[in-house]
Design a protein around this ligand. Structure first.
Ligand code: NAP
Length: 446
């Protein structure tokens, strides 16, 4: 791999030079193993340790198919889906790979006894498959994680509706936590030039998801002046939702679990913050069987105190079971609850009277289509939305990085260096970087 890294680090390597680089037969990649999917049976969720299930293996380079691209990965990042894969919850991701593998001989390549994880990358195009014309070897890129086949009519208004829609590196193989990754050409986007490799790799999945969920007409369709309740406002998704609310003239009401996180969102420009640990909300009784509407009211009262008596126009939901009843309750008449996840449990309960009598809407959202992803990445590239990278690990330490996220010990996003030998490389536009350096560094070292 050294010759590939040398070519990336050298100034003036041409597209032709890159196209002529010999590709290695194998590369290092972070994997889970199919014969280990039962390793945590009987272990409580929080005690399942990604350091035990995530391996750094030497794996074979996949054969490149039509419309595909091999990327030399400089950096990647941890998403919650890496945590789900590594603890084999709610299901083992090998089922996804088997199902994908049944479609065609090409997709069969994904059905392996190991799963290379990771749904973000920044890096350089090394090879393009037949039919790829928009990208060429040497292009500096980031990848979004939407993998689609688009053979059916269903996905042609909104590619997220393709029946064969998958999340790359979660429901497909050859993910980004590796020295080399294989993606479809229509996952690629230009790398923001003012960011380092690890900064550029970190927004991808969560930035695009937050953009669709909150801003896009497919999601919350947020407008100026909206009150937006953001759970986990300094977390992976929330760190971007908070920025979109501020950027779009809305008012974020940021929920976080400690003072350090409260300070982060204040530093981002948010003024209305709720510390959920301090408030000690008990939306559910001790054994988790019944909810307590009085606690929903207590949240609603805290919101009104902050907003001067107003309720929430849009709730940015993802904790799920724990918070969903409260989220539905505190939304104003005609308001919207947008949901993309269920971290605390997917069997939600809410009082439907509050929903239908007040004409509230629940909108489901999942990742983003290519256009939405492109718009979200463009905002990063223009310095209007910023990465939220707090810490970067090496590929060898991916298990620890995933454990941090699993135990909610992280801030914003956690990065992982792949081929990049150190942090801080890859910046081409120093002028734009200087303009925004405080915002880029806001989560650093926290
Ligand atoms: P994250 O970085 O861990 O941030 C989530 C934050 O939510 C936490 O930091 C925590 O913040 C808050 N939180 C967690 N449990 C909570 C609870 N029970 N009650 C209230 N707040 C809680 O994770 P993320 O990257 O934002 O992802 C969040 C969820 O969305 C995950 O389940 C992930 O799989 C999912 N997701 C879905 C999509 C999609 O396309 N559908 C995309 C990205 C992520 P505080 O401790 O500060 O409150």
């Amino acid at each position: 791999m050294q010759h590939i890294l040398d070519a990336i680090l050298a100034e003036g390597t041409s597209a032709e030079d890159f196209a002529n680089l010999e590709l290695p037969e194998s590369y290092r990649a972070v994997t889970v193993h199919k014969d280990e999917v039962d390793m945590f049976d009987g272990v409580p969720s929080k005690e399942k340790d990604p350091r035990k299930s995530l391996h750094l293996d030497e794996v074979a380079l996949p054969e490149l198919g039509p419309g595909e691209v091999i990327v030399g990965v400089m950096a990647s990042s941890i998403n919650y889906n890496t945590v789900w894969t590594s603890i084999f919850e709610p299901v083992s991701t090998f089922g996804f790979l088997e199902r994908y593998g049944r479609i065609s001989p090409l997709t069969k390549r994904h059905d392996l006894p190991y799963h290379i994880v990771g749904s973000d990358l920044s890096g350089v195009v090394l090879r393009t498959g037949p039919g790829v014309t928009k990208w060429k070897a040497g292009d500096r890129v980031v990848a979004h994680c939407l993998s689609v086949e688009l053979e059916s009519a269903d996905g042609h208004n909104d590619t997220m509706l393709d029946p064969e829609q998958r999340i790359w590196g979660f429901e497909t193989n050859f993910g980004g936590l590796a020295e080399v990754a294989m993606v479809k050409a229509n996952q690629l986007m230009p790398k923001p030039e003012h960011l380092t490799w690890e900064e550029a790799a970190s927004p991808g999945l969560v930035n695009c998801t937050a953009y669709r969920q909150l801003v896009s007409t497919n999601g919350g369709n947020m407008k100026q002046g909206d009150n937006v309740l953001i759970w986990g406002a300094s977390g992976g998704l929330g760190g971007f939702a908070t920025q979109y609310a501020l950027n779009g003239g809305a008012t974020p009401i940021c929920v976080v679990s400690n003072e350090e996180k409260a300070q982060i969102v204040r530093n981002m420009g948010a003024e209305l913050v709720i510390n959920r640990s301090e408030m000690d909300f008990k939306f559910w009784n001790e054994d988790g069987t019944e909810q307590n509407p009085k606690e929903w009211q207590r949240l609603g009262k805290a919101i009104r105190e902050l907003t001067g008596g107003e309720d929430i126009d849009i709730v940015f939901e993802h904790p799920g079971r724990e918070t969903f009843g409260a989220s539905v309750y505190v939304t104003r008449k005609g308001g919207t609850i947008t949901t993309c996840a269920s971290t605390s449990g997917y069997m939600h309960e809410y009082d439907n009277r509050y929903l239908w009598m007040n004409l509230k809407r629940i909108i489901s959202s999942h990742f983003a289509n290519y256009r939405e992803s492109w718009e979200a990445n463009r905002l990063i590239a223009k310095g209007k939305i910023h990465p939220t990278l707090s810490k970067t690990y090496r590929l060898e330490e991916t298990g620890q990085a995933a454990l941090d996220v699993h135990h909610n010990k992280h801030q914003g996003k956690v990065g992982v260096l792949a081929l990049a030998p150190t942090e801080g490389l890859g910046v081409l536009n120093t002028e734009l970087r200087e303009q925004h350096i405080d915002k880029i560094n806001l989560f650093r070292g926290i």
